[in-house]
Design a protein around this ligand. Structure first.
Ligand code: ADP
Ligand code: MG
Length: 464
């Protein structure tokens, strides 16, 4: 089955997984995604079986129970050779840079060796591929992203190195990748002699690990030598990958010394990045650090109008306002909602109205509407079981207190967007206790119809 295994270059499997993650995040919402899906990683693929690894057995079971069918469906759609998706446990804590090495431990065949090497030549020789939609023209500028936009434009337009490095940081879906692609495309068009390389930190890691594996780090280093502009996206991905950070540090320094432009992005400011060596942090800080803040209403309206025009749909003002108000955290989701109603209009020939929008986006809106607080949940559940909130938060383990506590934790996970540690804090417990409670209640709901019903009714009364 080695043949099968090498039919896919592993990078493309990783890219497919990235795309699937984007879709899962849209479908299940950011909270569920962050808790259950983001910790998964691709382990191996052979004989039609895709193996994903989860950090704990609990997560594995949860993913199998709730998400693996959907993951399989989406993946099969992208890649019909995927017949099965399995989830296995792999303790990530012990996995450092050589994780990928251990995942693919067999000796490389000549074909694999060649495949890995030709990937490297692509980076050195050819120009990077950019999303043609991610241009400066398509980037809507508002108060919250103006600074980053201006800095990115400046870097793109200067023939000489300007801010170096330019470090962009922002939360998910706020335009980091868009701006980096815009810089890259601008330079490719206006100054084609400059060699631009854009690469995600994950790909950087992957290539480096491959280079180690094939004992070809010289070729790895070589490919960055002729680069004029190096852009590395999502450097938070290098957290705790010490060897790769060392290599990155080396590449970074030699490019800076050679007067080349570097652009980086991350989800946090250099100082706030966890698991990044301090000497590297200080380098990341040494140029211009520009953040993109969460969007405001005006920017969201601007983006909606812009995207609607691109899609060639006309969206009534009240619908745009409704969306801009409701979907506030992530531009990708805002865009996704617009695409969904546009597609719906096209397929069902229904006019875009507020009613239609609310109907089409039901699921998405429901998850956004969950504004229930943990305090309310504790109060309601305590009332229901005739105990006090104090008892619920106490250390008592008697069943008549412990069970309601578990149910309240479970509901907090279901009805709020709080993370497990945040929920834990409200109960004076740690996140593993919350995780355990969630699992316990999941089991109870399946086994005990009366329990299921009383949880359902608690849920309904909390949601109203
Ligand atoms: P990030 O890399 O920060 O997670 P992306 O750059 O991938 O986010 O942006 C997510 C989506 O939102 C992309 O489709 C992008 O085109 C769009 N987007 C983000 N910011 C803007 C903006 N200011 N104007 C137009 N589209 C934007
Ligand atoms: Mg990005």
């Amino acid at each position: 089955m080695a043949e099968e295994a090498i039919k896919y270059d592993r990078l493309s499997i990783h890219n497919q997984w990235d795309e699937i993650c984007g879709q899962l995040r849209m479908e299940f919402g950011a909270t569920a995604f962050e808790s259950w899906l983001k910790p998964l990683s691709v382990n191996s693929f052979d004989d039609g079986v895709m193996r994903l690894s989860a950090p704990t057995a609990f997560m594995k079971n949860w993913v199998i129970a709730h998400y693996s069918d959907r993951i399989h469906k989406i993946w099969e759609h992208k890649n019909p050779d995927i017949k099965k998706v399995q989830v296995i446990v792999q303790n990530m804590q012990n996995t450092k840079d050589d994780s990928l090495l251990r995942k693919f431990p067999s000796t490389p065949t000549p074909r694999e060796f060649h495949a890995a090497n030709s990937q490297m030549t692509t980076l050195a020789g050819a120009t990077s591929k950019f999303n043609p939609a991610f241009t400066f023209e398509n980037f809507v500028v508002g108060k919250t992203n103006e600074f980053a936009y201006v800095a990115a434009r400046k870097v793109a337009e200067s023939r000489n190195v300007s801010f170096n490095p330019l470090f962009l940081y922002a939360g998910v879906g706020l335009g980091k990748t868009h701006l980096m692609h815009a810089i890259g495309q601008y330079i490719q068009q206006n100054d084609p002699s400059r060699h631009v390389v854009y690469i995600s930190a994950e790909q950087f890691l992957y290539k480096f690990v491959n280079a180690l594996r094939y004992k070809d780090t010289a070729a790895f280093k070589e490919q960055f030598r002729s680069v004029d502009v190096l852009m590395i996206d999502d450097v938070q991905f290098l957290a705790n990958k010490e060897k790769t950070q060392d290599e990155f540090f080396y590449t970074f320094n030699s490019l800076m010394e050679g007067g080349r432009q570097i652009v980086l992005s991350a989800d946090k400011s250099p100082n706030d990045l966890d698991g990044i060596e301090s000497r590297l942090k200080s380098r990341l800080n040494s140029g211009l650090v520009a953040d993109i803040m969460p969007t405001d209403f005006d920017l969201r309206m601007g983006i909606l109008n812009n995207k609607a025009a691109q899609l060639g749909v006309s969206v009534p003002k009240n619908v745009a306002e409704f969306l801009a108000q409701k979907i506030s955290s992530n531009i990708r989701e805002l865009e996704g909602s617009l695409k969904r109603i546009a597609a719906h209009q096209l397929l069902s020939d229904r006019e875009i109205t507020l009613d239609m929008t609310q109907d089409v986006l039901k699921d998405m809106l429901r998850s956004i509407d969950r504004k229930t607080t943990i305090d309310e949940i504790q109060k309601k559940v305590a009332e229901h079981f005739n105990i006090s909130v104090k008892e619920m938060q106490s250390s008592r383990r008697a069943r008549n207190v412990a069970r309601p506590r578990q149910i309240a934790m479970y509901l907090a996970k279901q009805l709020t967007s709080r993370s497990l540690p945040e929920i834990g804090r409200k109960f004076d417990r740690d996140h593993t206790t919350v995780m355990h409670a969630v699992r316990k209640v999941e089991e109870l709901v399946l086994e005990d119809a009366a329990m299921a019903e009383s949880i359902e009714s608690l849920k309904r009364s909390l949601e109203n």
